[in-house]
Design a protein around this ligand. Structure first.
Ligand SMILES: *Cc1c(COP(=O)(O)O)cnc(C)c1O
Length: 419
């Protein structure tokens, strides 16, 4: 079906009904004006051209109205976070009540663990993937320590089997079957940042909850990449950043999901601030704390509007295109990428990401035997922006919003000459 030629790649771009989106982004260029082949949307998504205008609107209204902008701005700042909720909920498959944009990812994980990691003397352990993103590992270790537990003994790693790279759900099942009485929480990356493996979130929720463990999912590499259907999955909570696939700018705010089943539980332990207090009486100032239902009940502070404006610019694009169309293109684009890599006639290259499109997002993690970081350097010198993970893995994410079939074709042609 696919063909390994430039003509064919260009033909796929012509047939792609999302191809026009690329022109709505700033694509970084080299000094001669050639577009970079940008494959690191999994690390920092590119800037939508309309972001500037969305931020400018808030700067203008701040200049014009000062504090009155909270009510008088074209997009009043007081409820500004609410403008993001519906489109964010659509992206992750949640109800609006279950989602809010606030803080940053690791901060949100901690706030969620305040509520959902409630260890007892005997049921206190936390399960993570052995290849968990370092921030998540540090976060759960510090939670263990904070509650007075040993950070080694209290941490259970779900590992790939000897000689394998990917995780098997049966192995998680066995861990929870055997040790579930001691486990308080499963905190798992929905799409693994290293291998690109997309895990069965619903199954993880079932496995954990069968033994009364809380289940949280880190969707940093999932949001805007795959459709996790968070509500139906039944996971207790989730969090994700918006600067990767959600194109909202470096260090931008994060998303938080709390399942509807916890939405009205006022007894859950949680940290408080004025922004999770009842909106109706928030400005009466002298009221006792009255927590809001749903995900908004985890907010603390009034949020940074300039960062939210950038998120809004991006989410408006997602809302217009829809995850379904993006996913359809993504499967095709990554499928073509995989096909071209598999055409490379050398035994030294191996894709460690699952080959089943249902078990991955757009990223492919390519292992190059005996390679070192000089390969990554050479790719960069050739305008190919990828991410290198020691000892020998190149992570590449062709993003359906702005990467083309031609990008993928050119990348593999250059890789071939460098091998
Ligand atoms: C990118 C990423 C982070 C980064 O956390 P911040 O709090 O946004 O700095 C954390 N966890 C995972 C799994 C990630 O992919």
């Amino acid at each position: 079906m696919y063909k390994p030629t430039l003509d064919y790649a260009q033909q796929l771009d012509k047939e792609d009904n999302l191809a026009h989106l690329r022109a709505q982004f700033h694509i970084p260029k080299d000094t001669k004006g050639n577009d970079w082949l940008y494959f690191t949307g999994n690390s920092l998504g590119l800037q939508p051209k309309q972001t500037q205008q969305y931020i400018q609107q808030e700067l203008d209204d701040w200049a014009k109205y000062g504090v009155e902008g909270h009510f008088e701005a074209r997009n009043p700042w007081m409820p500004y976070h609410e403008f993001l909720t519906n489109s964010m909920a659509n992206i992750v498959g949640a109800k609006p009540l279950e989602v809010v944009v606030m803080n940053t990812l690791t901060t949100n994980l901690h706030l969620l663990m305040v509520s959902f990691y409630q260890p007892t003397k005997t049921k206190y352990k936390i399960v993570i993937e052995s290849d968990a993103f370092p921030s998540d590992r540090y976060a759960v270790q510090s939670q263990l320590k904070f509650h007075g537990f040993d950070t080694e003994e209290g941490l259970i790693e779900w590992k790939p089997r000897e000689g394998e790279e990917l995780l098997r759900i049966e192995d998680l099942e066995k861990i929870v079957d055997d040790q579930g009485d001691e486990i308080a929480l499963l905190l798992i990356g929905g799409v693994n940042y290293y291998t690109g493996q997309y895990l069965d979130i619903k199954r993880i929720a079932e496995i954990g909850q069968a033994k009364n463990c809380m289940v949280g999912i880190d969707l940093a590499h999932g949001a805007g990449n795959i459709s996790p259907e968070l509500h139906d999955s039944g996971v207790d909570f989730a969090a994700w950043c918006t600067y990767k696939y959600l194109n909202s700018g470096p260090g931008s705010l994060a998303g938080l999901f709390v399942h509807e089943k916890h939405a009205h539980n006022k007894e859950l332990p949680r940290f408080a601030g004025w922004w999770n207090h009842n909106k109706e009486t928030r400005f009466n100032m002298r009221q006792p704390f009255d927590v809001m239902p749903g995900a908004e009940g985890w907010q603390l502070s009034n949020p940074p509007i300039l960062s939210m404006a950038a998120i809004r610019a991006s989410l408006d694009m997602f809302e217009e295109v829809g995850m379904e169309a993006l996913r359809a293109k993504s499967e095709k684009l990554t499928g073509y990428f995989e096909y071209l890599i598999n055409q490379i006639d050398t035994g030294s290259i191996k894709i460690i990401t699952p080959s089943n499109p249902k078990e991955r997002g757009c990223q492919l993690s390519i292992q190059v035997k005996n390679a070192d970081k000089s390969l990554h350097k050479k790719l960069t010198e050739n305008n190919i922006i990828t991410d290198w993970r020691e000892p020998d893995v190149i992570r590449c994410a062709p993003v359906p919003m702005y990467n083309s079939f031609e990008d993928v074709y050119r990348m593999v042609e250059i890789l071939k000459t460098l091998l």
